[in-house]
Design a protein around this ligand. Structure first.
Ligand code: AMP
Length: 139
């Protein structure tokens, strides 16, 4: 199994799951780039953001709900987090980053790490965008 499949392997181990639902799970990022850094992944084999279509709207909403849940479980403030996808993901299986805005971590070592969360390389999840798309779909 290649290194890019490590997330798929990790979510198969119950001890790694912070929260799970019937369709998605939350794990800790193994190389956190901030004090709090979690990944929300679907159980369905969706390789990346490039494989999403309209049929995945409710799945995306579930990922976002689990993002909110993990922040609540950790007892920290939602407004202190960025939630979104990397425009150029490196690891297989769609994953939503839930990361605190402090960016204090010994694993944040390079400009590339910083840029991946603080430039257009980070695509924020906005439930508004999802809702708008859903309205368009219904009309
Ligand atoms: P991306 O650039 O969006 O593909 O981000 C992949 C994320 O997975 C990075 O934040 C890595 O730190 C994280 N990561 C890499 N390997 C593992 C692993 N085995 N378990 C959990 N997180 C990992």
């Amino acid at each position: 199994m290649s290194w890019s499949s490590a997330l798929i392997k990790d979510i198969s181990k119950p001890e790694n799951l912070i929260i799970s639902s019937e369709i998605a799970v939350v794990i800790a990022d193994k190389f956190p780039k901030a004090q709090h850094h979690y990944l929300v992944l679907p159980l369905a084999d969706i390789p990346s953001i490039f494989h999403l279509n309209r049929s995945h709207l409710s799945l995306l909403e579930e990922l976002h709900l689990l993002a909110r849940n993990v922040v609540e479980v950790k007892g920290v403030r939602w407004q202190d987090f960025n939630v979104g996808f990397h425009a150029e993901p490196s690891m297989q299986r769609l994953h939503l980053h839930v990361i605190s805005k402090d960016f204090v971590s010994t694993s944040l070592k390079t400009k590339k790490h910083w840029n991946s969360f603080n430039t257009e390389l980070f695509v924020p999840y906005t439930s508004k965008a999802i809702r708008t798309r859903r309205r368009l779909q219904a009309s």
